[in-house]
Design a protein around this ligand. Structure first.
Ligand code: ZN
Length: 439
C-alpha cells in the first residue's frame, strides 16, 4: 500500500480534510482560520468528552458539556495545568494504549515530575502532513537542513526532522545537540562537508557550534545558509543579533513546547510570532482570575491543540507570558502575532520587582566588551543587587576597572544596582542554558 492509499484508508477528521489539505495555513484568511478553528474545537472537545476519562471528569465537575461550548469562546471549559500531567504518563489518552506510537517526555528543566506526551501514528504523522507554513518556513526540496536540536527523550529534534523531511521534502542532517555522538566538533565537520542551506538549533548551541568552528579554522558565515531558526530556549533581540552576525544569516525564532507542539513562528520582520493557527488555538488569560484578556493585554498563554485527537490537550496553561497582536504584519501573513514576555517561573526578582531575564540580557548583550556567556546571580528570596558574571568578549582584557565601568553601564541602562564580575570561562551547558543562577 502506498502513502496515498494509506491516507485514504485512514481518513482525516472533517476539519482537517476540509481546511488543511488544500490550502496553506499561513495565507488562510482570518475568516477561514476562525471557521477552521471553530470546527476543530468542536470536534476535539467532543472527542475529549467522549473518550478521555480525564476530560470527561473535569468537564462534569465544571458542569459543562461540549454542546455548551460555542465558537471560539472556551471560557466555560476548565484549564489543564502542568501539575495535572506530571507523573501521570497515560492521563491524556482518548484512545487505547496499544494505539500509541510515540512517547516523549519533558526535559525536567522546570522541576517536578516528568510530563509525558503521547501520539498515535494518525495524530503525529498523517494529520499534520498537509499543514506546513510555506511562507513562514520557506524550505524546499533541495535544501539541506542541519537539525542541531536534541533528538532524544523530548520532542524538538524529531518534530523538525519530520517537518523538514515530510512537509518540506527537504534533506535533513540529524546532527543533534550534545547527544552520545553529537559533539560540536563532529557537527562542524558535517557542516564543512555537507554545506547545509538551513540550520535549526538553540541560541546557546549556535554560539557553542561557532566556537567549535573557530577552533577548527572553519568560518560558519561562509556556509550557503539562507536562514536559521532558533528554538528551545529564549533569548533577547541583542543576543539574536550576535548569533546572526557570527553565522552570517537571518535567524528567526520558533516557539513551541513538548506539550503543545508548534505554537508560533517568527517571520523575517522579527516582530512577534505568527500563531501556528492550524496547530493551536491560543488564548491569553489573567493569571489570577483566569479571565480571557483582550488583544494587546499581557497574560498567561493558554493553548488548545487542534491536531491531536487521540491525546487531546484543552486550555493548557503554559506558564509563559505574552500578548496577541491581531494587526496585519508587513510580511503579508494573516495569522495574528504573539509577543512573548518571559516565563512565570523564570523571573529575576530585584528590589521586589520581577524582570524577565531576556529584558536584562538585552542591555548586557549590547555591551561589546561582554562575551556570549554570562549569568545573572540572584537570591531566591529576592536580591537588592543584580549581580552579573560574564566572560569577556574575544580580544578584551578583563580588569577590575572595566568591570566597574560595565556595572555602571548596566545600572544606567536598567535602573538597578548592579555588580559585575569577569570570569575566564563559564561552564558550557549540556542541556538548556541557565542564565539565572540562585545563590
Ligand atoms: Zn510577519
Amino acid at each position: 500500500m502506498n502513502l496515498k492509499q494509506v491516507l485514504k484508508q485512514i481518513g482525516r477528521p472533517a476539519p482537517v480534510e476540509k481546511y488543511l489539505c488544500h490550502t496553506f495555513p499561513d495565507i488562510i484568511s482570518p475568516a477561514g482560520l476562525a471557521e477552521y478553528q471553530k470546527e476543530s474545537l468542536r470536534a476535539i472537545i467532543e472527542r475529549a468528552y467522549e473518550h478521555s476519562p480525564f476530560y470527561r471528569e473535569k468537564m462534569t465537575r465544571a458542569g459543562v458539556t461540549p454542546g455548551e461550548v460555542v465558537g471560539l469562546d472556551l471560557g466555560r471549559l476548565p484549564f489543564t495545568t502542568k501539575d495535572e500531567l506530571r507523573g501521570k504518563p497515560w492521563v491524556l489518552l482518548a484512545c487505547e494504549r496499544e494505539d500509541v506510537s510515540l512517547i516523549q517526555v519533558s526535559t525536567g528543566t522546570t522541576g517536578g515530575e516528568e510530563i509525558y506526551i503521547m501520539n498515535t501514528w494518525e495524530d503525529y504523522y498523517l494529520r499534520e502532513m498537509a499543514t506546513g507554513y510555506p511562507v513562514l518556513v520557506p524550505i524546499e526540496p533541495g535544501d539541506i537542513c542541519l537539525n542541531a536540536l536534541p533528538y532524544e527523550m523530548s520532542s524538538a529534534g524529531l518534530a523538525f526532522h519530520k517537518t523538514f523531511m515530510d512537509s518540506c521534502q527537504a534533506t535533513v542532517i540529524p546532527a543533534g545537540k550534545g547527544g552520545a555522538y553529537s559533539t560540536p566538533a563532529k557537527t562542524v565537520k558535517l557542516m564543512r562537508e555537507l554545506q547545509p542551506t538551513v540550520a535549526i538549533t538553540s541560541p546557546s548551541w549556535a554560539v557553542t557550534l561557532h566556537e567549535a568552528a573557530v577552533e577548527r579554522a572553519f568560518d560558519v558565515a561562509g556556509l550557503p545558509l539562507k536562514r536559521m531558526w532558533l528554538t528551545g530556549e529564549g533569548c533577547s533581540p541583542a543576543f539574536r543579533e550576535r548569533v546572526e552576525k557570527i553565522w552570517g544569516t537571518v535567524a528567526n525564532f520558533y516557539y513551541g513546547s513538548l506539550e503543545c507542539g508548534a505554537i508560533g513562528i517568527e517571520c523575517d520582520a522579527h516582530n512577534g510570532y505568527h500563531l501556528a493557527g492550524a496547530h493551536v488555538f491560543v488564548e491569553i488569560v489573567d493569571q489570577e482570575s483566569g479571565e480571557v484578556l483582550e488583544p494587546g493585554e499581557i497574560g498567561e498563554i493558554v493553548v488548545t491543540c487542534l491536531l491531536r485527537y487521540d491525546t487531546p490537550l484543552l486550555r493548557y496553561r503554559t506558564q509563559d507570558l505574552g500578548f496577541i497582536e491581531p494587526d496585519p504584519c508587513r510580511c503579508g501573513v494573516a495569522l495574528p502575532r504573539l509577543h512573548l514576555r518571559g516565563r512565570l517561573t523564570e523571573q529575576v526578582v530585584i528590589q521586589g520587582v520581577s524582570f524577565s531575564p531576556f529584558y536584562l540580557e538585552e542591555f548586557l548583550m549590547r555591551i561589546p566588551e561582554v562575551g556570549n556567556w554570562f549569568q545573572f546571580v540572584v537570591n531566591p528570596a529576592g536580591s537588592d543587587v543584580l549581580r552579573i558574571r560574564a566572560e569577556p568578549a574575544a580580544g578584551v582584557s578583563p580588569s577590575a576597572e572595566l568591570a566597574d565601568t560595565l556595572a555602571s553601564k548596566m545600572e544606567f541602562a536598567t535602573g538597578l544596582s548592579c555588580g559585575f564580575e569577569f570570569v575566564a570561562k563559564l561552564p558550557r551547558p549540556h542541556g538548556k542554558t541557565v542564565r539565572v543562577v540562585h545563590q
